[in-house]
Design a binder for this molecule. Structure first.
Ligand SMILES: [Zn+2]
Length: 395
């Protein structure tokens, strides 16, 4: 007897799925388990239906485009808030935080001059936290043109915050973070998330030991990326700015703190490691484990950012050392990358409500929950290739 292969259109599959109280494809428990692993326990909304194919390691996400809200709608609401906000809200609050961090960083050299171990270690912690505020938070704002209103001044400050203070290249940040990671968030082979991938390491070493190499790896990675992808004069410029910054830091540590040259290098290594472990964790938690799209089947921006980005709760240390846009407002930051940290925090309730009202995902999880999730599912999240999500928009 001849078999008749019936072609069912994606739209029909989607409608059938909505008609049924339970999608039959999603019934076997292992698929639930896999979805839970892939999406971190986050369920799909009425806007979309996901079809998991374990053999091909793909998730087909059927999304009803009629229900998918336009980004322009949210953009209009957020732009209205930005326009009616004062300069203080838009830039002033963050500028004050950056100035306080710079003063604290200078002051920490005096604390290191004390012989008492408690004061010395307090100095290392203050130096590490204030360095992160400048090198991570302020540099991140400046590279997004969000540290102040002038594009030229933002460009100037990226070299100060990143090259001079952080021994990392602003040109590399611009190439990797602005031109690739942001527009191509969670697109396989492009902005596919964490820069920290060492799947050959055991899980505890990967999460808690290897990040301590960050202060040594940072300048090496900057040089490697510059030499491979940028003209030689940019490498020369980076080396001039970065190593004069490092020389000034060594000078302060030897003449103000009274350390020998070896002690000065050790102080730099220790202080830059104060927040290295949470920095790597946050970097991983924000995107990995969420849908990763193939380049051929990438979703619209609003869906790409709301499905592929996760917010952590507010944390007094991380908020000021990494910035709201990296911790509790990462979704807002990916939707509106030119907003300062303080403005991301201001528009967050509006963005969150917009997503929840329209059935868009709005991923939130605690640091501890993410940590346990990654330690438990280390192989599927960090070692194996992630399942590829194909976005299918249905008109
Ligand atoms: Zn960014």
């Amino acid at each position: 007897m001849e078999k008749i292969k019936q072609h069912v259109s994606p739209k029909k599959q989607f409608e059938d799925a909505l008609d049924q109280p339970k999608h039959p494809v999603l019934q076997p428990p292992y698929l639930f388990k896999m979805l839970e692993t892939v999406f971190g326990g986050m369920s799909s909304s009425s806007l979309s239906t996901k079809n998991v194919n374990r053999t091909t390691n793909t998730v087909t996400d059927y999304v009803d485009l009629k229900k998918l809200p336009e980004f322009g709608l949210l953009n209009k609401q957020v732009s209205a808030v930005v326009e009616e906000s004062s300069w203080w809200d838009r830039y002033g609050v963050d500028m004050l935080i950056h100035v306080v961090a710079a003063i604290s960083w200078l002051g920490s050299h005096c604390l290191l001059a004390f012989q008492h171990p408690v004061v010395f270690w307090l100095g290392i912690i203050v130096m590490g936290c204030s360095h992160s505020t400048i090198n991570l938070k302020a540099a991140h704002m400046a590279v997004h043109d969000a540290a102040c209103s002038s594009r030229e001044w933002n460009r100037f400050w990226t070299f100060i915050f990143s090259d001079y203070w952080g021994t990392f290249s602003a040109d590399v940040s611009n190439s990797i973070h602005i031109k690739v990671h942001h527009p191509h968030t969670n697109i396989i082979g492009l902005g596919d998330s964490s820069t920290w991938k060492a799947p050959f390491l055991p899980r505890f070493c990967h999460f808690f030991i290897a990040p301590l190499l960050l202060p040594v790896l940072t300048p090496v990675v900057a040089l490697k990326e510059l030499l491979e992808g940028e003209p030689l004069w940019k490498t020369a410029r980076h080396m001039l700015i970065a190593y004069s910054g490092l020389a000034v830091h060594l000078y302060l540590l030897t003449y103000v703190s009274g350390l020998g040259i070896g002690g000065a290098f050790l102080a730099i290594f220790l202080s830059r490691n104060v927040l290295a472990v949470p920095y790597i964790h946050v970097n991983i938690f924000q995107h990995i484990g969420l849908p990763m799209y193939s380049q051929k089947h990438r979703p619209k921006k609003i869906y790409q950012m709301t499905t592929g980005v996760l917010n952590l709760p507010r944390n007094i240390v991380l908020d000021y050392c990494f910035g709201h846009s990296i911790i509790s407002c990462h979704t807002e930051h990916h939707l509106f990358p030119r907003l300062s940290d303080n403005m991301c925090l201001k528009v967050k309730p509006m963005v969150r409500q917009f997503c929840l009202d329209r059935g868009l995902p709005y991923h939130e999880d605690t640091y501890t929950s993410r940590m346990l999730h990654f330690l438990k599912n280390y192989n599927s999240l960090m070692v194996d290739a992630p399942p590829i999500t194909k976005f299918v928009g249905l008109q």
